[in-house]
Ligand binder design. Structure first.
Ligand code: PLP
Length: 307
């Protein structure tokens, strides 16, 4: 690397039409993405040099953009190219790759009209991250059902990906104070929703059940639902009460940044032998094995870094 060439080794970003090292990627304080959390995003992962379910992430990102009435003026084909290029520039084989659109800075100072803003498109690739630390996944995460309920879906549609995490953050502080790894939230009627950056599943007999409400339609969740039949398991999307959670055989969580993440405890309830349950472990193993076999993988064109 010459002295003047940018250092992408810690990650690469695309902003305002240019590629920059991740440490130089920043948004203006006047951007509504910052001042009003008026932003949407999606995260896809790269393992062994390939994107996992890229088209599913792009589909969901487009649903989120439409839901928030954001239009960054970038075609889907351009997005695919930019996402590939940030990964290629970083050279990362295992990466957390985000696409973001903020409302932008209003062209008229102090405007309260969202139509005065030029919406942005930002993308970046950084080294792989685990939402729940690998050693915690190994022993089985300890989850707390937070006392704060999830914000009503009538106010914030949880199927549109967003950064409005006030309820989750309160839950995580509570979990931390009480010695748990992280929090999961019930909705205002007492049904299970999700956690800060992950979906939740319970296992009961051969049924593998995830909430039908109050949650993002996770791509990892979809992958687990897809895998269940081949393991002789019945995937179910349905309501889950607190009692169902306590009565479950196993609990696990899912996310792009971590995959299938088994749990060992929820509140005072300890599942099995206080270790990841056998079905959760089998789903986790199958999920990663299928990655190795190229399931839903799109190879990154690393040569694109040179163009
Ligand atoms: N729920 C929330 C609130 C999330 O932020 C995420 C991922 O970031 C998920 C669930 C899991 O979704 P996916 O599997 O698509 O990463």
């Amino acid at each position: 690397m010459s002295e003047s060439s940018p250092d992408y080794s810690k990650g690469a970003a695309y902003m305002n039409g240019t590629y920059v090292p991740i440490s130089e990627a920043r948004i203006p304080v006047g951007d509504w993405g910052f001042v009003h959390s008026d932003v949407t995003y999606d995260v896809v992962h790269v393992t062994d040099g390939g994107f996992f379910r890229l088209e599913d992430h792009l589909d969901r990102f487009h649903r989120s953009l439409a839901g928030y009435r954001l239009d960054p003026g970038v075609t889907r084909e351009q997005m695919r190219h930019i996402l590939g290029r940030v990964v290629a520039l970083s050279g990362l084989q295992h990466a957390f790759v985000a696409m973001v659109s903020t409302r932008g800075v209003p062209s008229v100072y102090g405007s309260r009209n969202p139509l005065d803003c030029d919406n942005t498109f930002i993308a970046y690739a950084v080294p792989w991250v685990d939402v729940i630390k690998p050693e915690v996944q190994e022993r089985g995460a300890h989850l707390l059902v937070a006392s704060v309920p999830r914000i009503s879906p009538r106010s914030l549609d949880p199927t549109l990906k967003n950064y409005m995490w006030r309820d989750f953050t309160r839950g995580m502080f509570e979990a931390n104070d009480k010695g748990f790894d992280t929090a999961i939230l019930l909705d205002q009627e007492g049904f299970l929703t999700e956690g800060a950056g992950f979906n939740v599943f319970i296992v009961k007999g051969t049924k593998v059940i995830t909430p039908d409400r109050g949650a993002l339609e996770g791509v990892t969740r979809l992958s687990v639902l897809d895998i269940c039949p081949e393991l002789g398991l019945e995937p179910v999307v349905g309501p889950i009460t607190f009692d169902d959670l306590m009565d479950a055989d196993e609990v696990f969580t899912t996310t792009t940044a971590g995959g299938v993440m088994p749990c060992a405890r929820v509140n005072e309830r300890i599942y099995g032998n206080d270790r990841p349950g056998p079905i959760s472990a089998k789903l986790k193993e199958t999920y990663w094995r299928k990655h190795k076999e190229g399931w839903h993988m799109t190879p990154v064109n690393y040569a694109d870094a040179d163009n």
